[in-house]
Design a protein around this ligand. Structure first.
Ligand code: CTP
Length: 402
């Protein structure tokens, strides 16, 4: 049985000559057992008819938000269609559609569905050779991939212009083979449950003020996504951040203070396989939280602080089967301090950030880390994007279970 069997696929067709091949593509997808909802952009109607596609997919084909030609006024709910889909396949993806996917333009039903999607999005570029190799297009393709869209590479061959080169949409058989391979990729964290902390914690001084820090939460969110993409079920406990995550395997729990984060982590720890402490937990909190806003009076003002519980260390003390990963941000004697933390917090792996490395730390999109395991093996990594560091961390978990 094909992995496509039972899959709900939105096939988005944009206006290029390769659209004529989508009739075969729909047939192959249906033959593999998929349910196909065709969405056409207005321009694509010049290249293939909606009647053909509707007959082959056995479903009405949608192009507009509103079905104004019907006696009863109905509209095509882009959010519902996007949530229905297990995957979206945009083929052909013309230079124009690709550019709109990059900017977030929303001038047709397909774009609205794309923007509403929570499922994987595949796209098969199709355009003439020079359009394809133009730096604008090449940049756009990179941006789309950085948004985690999956590109089905264009093929080389004779193009509609008569030119020969790259830009031809992958053949329908190759698109189906690509989807099949991608969906059957061994999700090696299938069945694993991972608890992750992310972001800062806010420690209240009074009802309007708090002590916090500059953590963006990006590292923790990137790890959560990378782990979910490998099939793990993730509980992400996060302090206040601007980050968003949309993945069916990720449950997000928002907290404010270190104590709340501690409580939620302890509630979930029993049933998890892996814990990753990526949060920048405040080490101290005001000893007394004023119930009313503190008024200014004296020139000096002293806030007495008390220690917060160390979430990671407390879990290290009770861990059974769990694989525990901590972070360490150090400015001096980095390796030695990180090794002390492994021992003190009973960790299996520590991800060391040194503030002496350029491109590491808070507020930058990159990170340069060194992994140290509990046997004190030291593994320095290159400077990478935080997304790539997240994948390295997930690979360490995979190695542990291999
Ligand atoms: N951590 C935690 N709870 C705390 C403090 C830290 O779970 N109250 C976790 C962090 O999420 C991180 C690791 O412990 O994974 C290391 O945190 P860090 O602040 O660097 O180290 P500390 O142990 O607090 O030591 P110090 O601040 O003295 O370097």
């Amino acid at each position: 049985m094909s992995v496509l069997s039972g899959k709900k696929i939105v096939l988005g067709i944009s206006g290029g000559i390769a659209a004529y091949k989508t009739a075969s593509l729909v047939r192959l997808l249906i033959k593999a057992g998929a349910e196909v909802q065709v969405i056409m952009t207005p321009a694509s109607h010049q290249f293939v008819t909606s009647f053909t596609l509707s007959t082959l997919s056995k479903k009405p084909v949608y192009t507009d938000f509103f079905n104004s030609n019907q006696a009863t006024s109905t509209w095509n709910n882009h959010v519902e269609i996007a949530l229905w889909a297990d995957l979206i396949l945009i083929a052909p993806a013309t230079a124009n559609t690709i550019s709109k996917m990059v900017t977030g333009a929303c001038d047709n039903l397909l774009q609205a569905i794309y923007l509403s999607a929570k499922c994987p999005v595949y796209f098969a570029p199709a355009m003439d050779l020079d359009m394809y190799i133009h730096p604008s297009t090449q940049n756009n393709l990179k941006v789309l991939e950085s948004y985690k869209n999956l590109m089905i590479p264009a093929e080389k061959g004779e193009l509609a212009s008569g030119l020969f080169g790259e830009g031809r949409m992958a053949e329908p058989e190759n698109i189906v083979a690509f989807l099949t391979k991608s969906l059957s990729k061994d999700k090696s964290l299938n069945g694993k449950k991972i608890l992750i902390t992310a972001g800062p914690t806010y420690e209240a001084i009074d009802p309007v003020r708090f002590i916090g820090n500059h953590s963006s939460g990006k590292m923790g969110f990137d790890i959560a996504l990378a782990a979910a993409q490998e099939g793990a079920k993730v509980v992400l406990v996060t302090g206040p951040t601007q980050q968003h995550i949309n993945h069916p395997l990720v449950e997000t729990i928002s907290v404010l203070s270190a104590q709340e984060m501690y409580d939620v982590c302890h509630q979930h720890f029993d049933g998890v396989d892996v814990f990753i402490g990526a949060a920048a937990v405040a080490d101290y909190r005001p000893k007394n939280k004023a119930t009313q806003k503190i008024k200014k009076s004296a020139d000096d003002f002293v806030i007495e602080l008390e220690k917060n519980p160390d979430i990671l260390a407390s879990l290290g003390a009770i861990k059974k089967q769990q694989f525990l990963i901590g972070f360490a941000l150090e400015t001096e004697n980095e390796i030695e301090h990180a090794q002390q933390k492994i021992r003190k917090k009973n960790l299996d792996l520590i991800v060391l950030n040194s503030l002496n490395d350029q491109g590491a730390g808070f507020g930058v999109p990159t990170n340069k880390v060194t992994f140290i395991d509990k046997a004190f093996h030291i593994m320095p990594m290159e400077l990478k994007s935080k997304e790539a560091v997240a994948v390295d961390i997930v690979n360490k978990i995979k190695e542990h279970y291999a």
